[in-house]
Design a protein around this ligand. Structure first.
Ligand SMILES: Cc1cc2nc3c(=O)[nH]c(=O)nc-3n(C[C@H](O)[C@H](O)[C@H](O)COP(=O)(O)OP(=O)(O)OC[C@H]3O[C@@H](n4cnc5c(N)ncnc54)[C@H](O)[C@@H]3O)c2cc1C
Length: 431
């Protein structure tokens, strides 16, 4: 892998997501050699993936080069590689570009889409967990519209213009809102020869309300906003199958659609080689203590979505969102500095900064502790927070410019089929 051996300890970080980047950034100036490894050469700001799928933002405005993260350090390296296994007896990781030994290892590999064992859904549904998948969705959505405008078969047109999303968590809700905005503000001007009353957006949710992790007030407001935008919500409904362009559900409702998007769950993305009883099977996440050490290991840590830390306030572990990942990364950096100085580590405590979701122009819901609000102000807060947490000044600037342009012009400028999406079965699940 061409990493020099020095006399400082080597810290290998697998994963350049929120957790891995937060950890690396807070250790760049320390007397430790850092090797950051990711299968992609960029960090992805996943909360805005839906804006790439719905043609609001270009992919490069929500991605940040990982080499830029490590370049400020003196003994820091990035390698683009897939990590396939860990051998703690020899303290070695095995990757697609060779093996590397470590003194400390941090696993921050995040999560992948959970299909709950439904093979048809896994094979045929669209998903949106990384940038290539978000771009696939954008192309596919636009290709279907191009097909709908020329077909003479009314049944085929219906299928092409019906968009079905499984899962009304923040991802499903934001995606449904984004597609509805396209339908209302953008597509009728692009396709004056098509009747957009025929276009339908369906959101299917197993629970009895949308945005189940948020407050009841936020759920109610979000459902109102979605209904105003013409989204059909189907609660207490589970998807049982998707094949031959037909979604079947547990309530007996069926939906004929060319575009079925699965946003109904994630599961951890562990790496082979860690002993089996350190992995909590139902979640596929590593059990970690308050110092983020994986159960049974002293020098191997896990952070973010892949780590399940049970605390009195979070008996089932922290939510799989960006803040626990960022905060754990920062905290582990502090603890590693202490370890290197021979001091004891300090336990991690999560500071819950609240949650939010946007449903479209001027519409968002925010839960900030006791404060729960919705509408224009919530939307403004949502935009501000997302701009703030986007990595890199350029990304913030470009995103702000695009949002302002879209807002003033009722436009979504990135509706381009740059990389045509040909075959749904070709989608490979990686992240
Ligand atoms: C569509 C979507 C919307 C979301 N919206 C929100 C939101 O609005 N607010 C919020 O707080 N959270 C949101 N989340 C969740 C949030 O993005 C995650 O909780 C967060 O990214 C977790 O950070 P992480 O560092 O643990 O993992 P990730 O950010 O997923 O990073 C993991 C990294 O590890 C790399 N990797 C994985 N396995 C390997 C391997 N074997 N070899 C090499 N590299 C590997 C991946 O390429 C990736 O870069 C959203 C997630 C998605 C998918």
């Amino acid at each position: 892998m061409n990493i020099p051996k020095t006399n400082t300890p080597r810290l290998v970080i697998i994963g350049g997501g929120f957790a891995g980047v937060s950890l690396a950034r807070n250790l760049l100036k320390e007397k430790v050699q850092i090797v950051l490894i990711d299968r992609q050469n960029y960090h992805t700001f996943q909360p805005l993936l839906y804006q790439v799928s719905t043609a609001s933002l270009e992919p490069d405005s929500i991605a940040y080069p990982l080499r830029k993260v490590v370049k400020k350090g003196t003994n820091t390296f990035f390698r683009m590689a897939e990590v396939s296994a860990i051998n703690d007896t020899t303290k070695t990781i095995h990757t697609s570009i060779g093996n590397l030994t470590y003194d400390y290892l941090v696993i921050a590999t995040g999560a992948r889409t959970n299909f709950f064992g439904n093979k048809n859904v896994e094979q045929h549904a669209m998903r949106m967990k990384n940038l290539p998948q978000a771009l696939n969705l954008r192309s596919f959505l636009l290709e279907n519209l191009e097909q709908a405008v020329i077909t003479k078969d009314p049944k085929q047109r219906k299928e092409l213009l019906r968009f079905v999303i499984a899962g009304a968590g923040p991802t499903g809700v934001e995606l449904a809102g984004g597609i509805a905005e396209l339908k209302i503000n953008v597509l009728p001007r692009d396709y004056p020869d098509m009747d957009f009353d025929e276009m339908e957006i369906h959101l299917i949710e197993g629970a009895n309300r949308v945005l189940p992790p948020m407050s009841a007030k936020a759920s109610k407001k979000a459902a109102d906003f979605l209904t105003q935008l013409g989204v059909h919500i189907h609660l207490n409904t589970l998807v049982s199958d998707y094949s031959n362009n037909i979604v079947t559900t547990t309530t007996g409702n069926i939906f004929e659609t060319a575009t079925f998007i699965w946003a109904a769950g994630v599961t951890g993305a562990p790496v082979d080689g860690i002993q089996a009883d350190s992995l909590i099977p139902r979640a596929n996440r590593y059990e970690v203590n308050r110092f983020n050490q994986i159960k049974g290991y002293e020098h191997i840590f896990a952070l973010g979505d892949i780590a399940l830390m049970q605390t009195p306030a979070f008996p089932k572990g922290h939510p799989m969102v960006a803040q626990p990942a960022i905060q754990q990364g920062k905290h582990l950096a502090k603890n590693l500095k202490r370890l290197l100085k021979g001091k004891e580590m300090l336990p991690f405590t999560y500071f819950d900064k609240g949650s939010m979701a946007t449903i479209g122009r001027n519409k968002a819901v925010v839960d900030l502790g006791k404060f729960k609000f919705a509408g224009f102000f919530a939307w403004f807060v949502w935009m501000f927070i997302h701009l703030w947490f986007l990595v890199g000044f350029r990304n913030r600037f470009v995103t702000f410019f695009n949002w302002s342009y879209n807002y003033i012009n009722y436009d979504k400028a990135a509706r381009l089929i740059v990389r045509p999406f040909k075959n749904k079965i070709d989608v490979t699940e990686k992240v």
